[in-house]
Design a protein around this ligand. Sequence first.
Ligand code: CUA
Length: 341
Amino acid sequence: MADRPLRRFRPLIALAVAFGILAIALPGLAGTPYPQTTLEPHSEVARLIDRLLDDIVFWCVVIFVLVEGALVITVVRFRRRPGGPPPRAIHGNTPLEIMWTIIPAIILALIAVPTVKTIFRIQAVPKNALEVEVVGHQWWWEFRYPKLGIVTANELYVPAGRDIAFTLTSVDVIHSFWVPAFGGKRDVIPGRTNHMWFNAGATGVFPGQCTEYCGASHANMLFKVVAQPQADFDAWAAEQKAPVAPPDTLTLAARGLELYRGGLCVACHTIDGISYGTVGPNLNKVATRSTIAAGIYPNDPEHLRAWIKNAPARKPGSLMPYMNLSNPDVEALAAFLETRR
Ligand code: CUA
């Protein structure tokens, strides 16, 4: 009989233990290497959002402790005791009801004010920002730098510290552009132009990805942001603009160029002076990229050849078809693409 009251509180004890474990585990998780964490902001925009989250979580914890504390005290103190009197019936309590209507209204107002302020702050695109157009495709990202005359794919180079103003749209379905470290997340919608901005507060390589389900390879629609010092960014931009010499005649790459010109490639891809397709990624400087297939494979000889050979087998739903190319043709095409640097 002695253990009965304890048994009654078992669910409460379990809940307390669960919250205890969470409270110990969460701060630990924040410091661990999860590249897609939003808890380590690296831009002003991300910091504003993170601060808002911190404030709201803090006040939610305070409210949670007060409410749950009152509940636990009530449950324990006023529990039914054997032989005790039946509980007193209460029908309405006007001051209490007014109080528990007004208090949540005040709390919501206190949350709304900083939230709306933050929304206005992060919506205001700074002047003199570097313009980048983001175009979502199934399933890859096109990045255009209109002022610099550069078009690239899946690797977004930015000068660290500089404000970047994005205009975002899509050519097919709704995607969503997201770089966790830099905050924000903007839907990329066909027939509509959205805007966002951030500045990379640190140099490094930061992962990004599509966060709106967009079809078979939604999960394979990755990209990365390469944030560099201004001088390195300028060097990258100059490299992207530099003309590429055609391959020497009678080389494997020259044979690849002929195949490229005469094949299906030209319908979808752009290479300066050779083809003007826009369905697939611009390949003008494809050899300067570190990944292919929207960030899912390294851009090395083995993966490049496997991709040309049979893209749909490497990425479900890929719009680049299986073209039944012979191995020597794949070799030649890859050799040609490797000259595009
Ligand atoms: Cu694009 Cu999901």
